[in-house]
Ligand binder design. Sequence first.
Ligand code: NAD
Ligand code: UGA
Length: 358
Amino acid sequence: SYWERRVRSSARTRARAGHTVLVTGASGFVGTHVSLGLKRRGDGVVGLDNFNDYYDVELKLARQTLLGRAGVFVVEGDINDRELLEKLFNMVAFTHVMHLAAQAGVRYAMKNPASYVHSNIAGFVNLLEVCKSANPQPAIVWASSSSVYGLNSKVPFSEKDRTDQPASLYAATKKAGEEIAHTYNHIYGLSITGLRFFTVYGPWGRPDMAYYFFTQHILQRKQIEIFEGPQHSSVARDFTYIDDVVEGCLAALDTAKKSTGSGGTKKGSAQLRIYNLGNTSPVPVTKLVSILEKLLKVKAKKKLLPMPRNGDVKFTHANISLAQRELGYKPTTDLETGLKKFVKWYLNYHSGLKKYSS
Ligand code: NAD
Ligand code: UGA
């Protein structure tokens, strides 16, 4: 069928020894950039996304168009659909799965808890069930989150720190994912690498994230609310630019392959890894706003509010020495440089003129 031809053509590798990667959440923010990065270097890429309406579906469709132009086909479907996943694995011998499909967002978990259980727990298990029986067994790289550090106050966060105090259901489902990964590695020898991303931002970003809707509201002269910690202390994030995160994802895929050979592994011998992919340079949210004011040349209408108990943590700060050592990960973009690129994209995209420039 036409559908099958498009999947097969998208999966074709164009580089010698290229990977064949299933990217879940491919029409999402990170998924789009990772898929483009893989395709650019000659890997075969098939995307999967359910195009849910957590945020503007138009933006997901625009990303899909961008991917289509680069030769990446995105299948519409849910990671909970066992039949669809089995069909894809029967058609294509995926060497790797880059699993980015999830219900993201920290505060939304109080509004729609079921969607976190559906995508981040049930969906992840369904995907692992299919991977465990696939021949060859793909190596899996998936997105955990800096939010697993929760109320941990020892900074910078390193992978060995405690993660037993999640501050949101979102964080709890990501932590659960890490435990689930352990069991599939232990029993079935699946190679699984979890990446703890730290507040990723950039062009084609997520409209539910603060940097994005602050930009929107500042331009529309609408008020923005900035959460503060105790005694008016500032809340900070280790904002990480998308291109740096993509480099980390590709390196994680490459090292996963090396350590598991062909992808088929002996029981219990495959690798199980967790890495922080952050920027090692936390910035207060107030500073994020002042950079945006400067770039947009508009003063923000700011309202400072005490941080509500809504799932947020006071600060995040990554220790990245493990990723540096094992993946060669080295972020190079500071917040101002990255936001400049985001704002340029934002103005183009929302002017409707150069929608597909990246
Ligand atoms: P995103 O929401 O833009 O992308 C996720 C994509 O997955 C969306 O396009 C969505 O439609 C799709 N999806 C959701 N549930 C699905 C399901 N059940 N079946 C199929 N598709 C489904 O988010 P993102 O920022 O690109 O995040 C990618 C991953 O990284 C997520 O796992 C997220 O939790 C994690 N993460 C992101 C950040 C960040 O700051 N962006 C930080 C830490 C972790
Ligand atoms: C982001 C993503 O949304 C999560 O999916 C991801 O897992 C997480 O990063 C992570 O790194 O693990 P968050 O850091 O909360 O979560 O990102 P935003 O929602 O963009 O918030 C950024 C900062 O702005 C936070 O400190 C938040 O408290 C603050 N904020 C948010 C405000 O001050 N006002 C608002 O109206 C909204």
